[in-house]
Design a protein around this ligand. Sequence first.
Ligand code: NZQ
Ligand code: ZN
Length: 383
Amino acid sequence: MINFQYHNPVRIIFGKGQIAQLAKQIPTDATILITYGGGSIFKNGVYEQVKTALAGHKTVEFGGIEANPTYETLMKAVELGRAEKIDFLLAVGGGSVLDGTKFIAAAIPFTGNDPWQIVGNRAKITTALPLGAVLTLPATGSEMNYYAVISRKETHEKKGLGNPLVYPKFSILDPETTFSLPPRQIANGIADAFTHVMEQYMTYSVRAEMQDRMAEAVLLTLIDEGPKMMANPTDYDAAANVMWAATMALNGLLAAGVPTDWATHQIGHELTALHGIDHARTLAVVLPHLLEIKKDTKRDKLIQYGKRVWQLTGTDDEVVAGAIKKTAEFYESLGIPTKASAYPVTEETVQEIVKRFVERGMNFGERADITPEVVGEILELSL
Ligand code: NZQ
Ligand code: ZN
């Protein structure tokens, strides 16, 4: 096992009716900026629950944070937050609202002249406003981690930022808030969480048995409970299990003491930046093909995964092939295509992405052997 430190300060408040806990979590004298997306919270009663819980607090609102939140939109919230002298942020929505709010929390007190530099961690931040979250879409793990992924319309870029200063103080996870999710978003959430586990598990063994078994538990939970949530979006227990699994998939615990990959996400972000494809859908286009190209270096883990998660039997070669096939079939079973040709992705897109990785001068993957050339091979295979 690799040495590690693990510290996660996010208070998770989980369960039915728990939005009512909000008032106790935020100082009564705070001016709160409530942030939200395109309006789903008005249709499913979440907004009302939040406003009722915060009746004794001063609140200001900022809506319109889009899926794949943009710098351009978020800077309007930064202006509002500064003008209103807010001192606490409350994100109400999915990963995009949470991520966008993390950026706003860091950008309001930022004194440098170009806040875009916060994204990609190019400018150091020394402080951020406190934030909390009411999560309505299980997928990203943003509710219990310190990452945010922000897009810039002007340049078609999508980049991450990560800083412990933007950990939420608390996140409220009421599975009933997910009852209004359309099937596409439920599927996306399951696929995203599944891929998060794979990024931290499908590497090489360092005999980290706890981490491997926990990763397998999250995968098995998503495989068992995901289809139940898809079939019946108001099945509380299915929603609760998927919601907690998605949080566990990316709260840092699975990555502690093990090598991680993350190449699928790096490549996927480029597909979203260039073609606007939903985040989770880009991952399904990349991962099965990445596993095919990297099946020799990931061989032992593919065998372990094939046997323990998919109960495959046969020769090692058969288990490896079966494990990759099962992964692709899982995405497809959620209605998510695994071929880039399902989208307007062309040879030109592949060349542009390879060029971007060459410019960045970075390799990816647990062995840093996913060079820009290999990225090209993976995408070619997916066409
Ligand atoms: O905007 P509203 O009207 O709220 O509608 C949203 C949006 O259209 C809707 N929705 C959310 N909750 C709902 C609901 N509709 C009905 N009922 C509900 N309860 O769903 C749509 C998608 O929402 P979004 O927040 O974009 O989805 P998701 O949670 O999948 O977040 C995706 C974003 O998170 C980033 C992605 O790159 C992408 O930008 N990620 C963040 C990560 C992190 N912070 O650690 C890691 C991930 O790998 C990912 O990159
Ligand atoms: Zn993801």
